[in-house]
Design a protein. Structure first.
Length: 133
């Protein structure tokens, strides 16, 4: 995987000579694709074929969603899926629709104030721990 770890810097070594480019899987889930979003596998296949170095994971279904990876289940398979396309992970954008004051997250946590947001994002990083570095 080429993009999954942060770029090197002064404390961790030289920067790569050529910038790496990724595409957000969200581009195939919203707008003209909203009624027929591409599965994540198809996004990875497309990204690899046209020369991208990585993908930004859109945390909205049908793409990898936090609730599908609770406790690390499926994270290894997701990492393999991305790696098999010789892609890295540039970022993860979680589904934040439940951050609105009038809604609840699927996991039942109402997001209120900083502690709620901290809990929300803390839980979502568990997905990244299984597929990152």
């Amino acid at each position: 995987m080429r993009v999954s770890s942060p770029r090197s810097g002064p404390q961790s070594g030289p920067l790569p000579a050529v910038p790496q480019v990724s595409i957000g899987s969200w581009a195939f889930a919203f707008g003209p694709y909203e009624n027929d979003p591409w599965p994540f596998e198809r996004v990875c296949d497309f990204a690899a074929k046209v020369g991208y170095d990585g993908v930004e994971i859109n945390g909205f279904r049908p793409h990898p969603h936090y609730d599908d990876f609770i406790g690390g289940k499926g994270a290894k398979e997701l990492k393999v899926q991305i790696s098999e396309h010789d892609l890295g992970i540039s970022a993860y954008a979680p589904d934040c629709t439940c951050l609105a004051a009038s809604t609840n997250c699927i996991d039942g946590a109402r997001i209120v104030g900083n502690s709620g947001a901290h809990r929300f994002f803390g839980r979502r990083t568990q997905l990244l721990q299984g597929v990152g570095r």
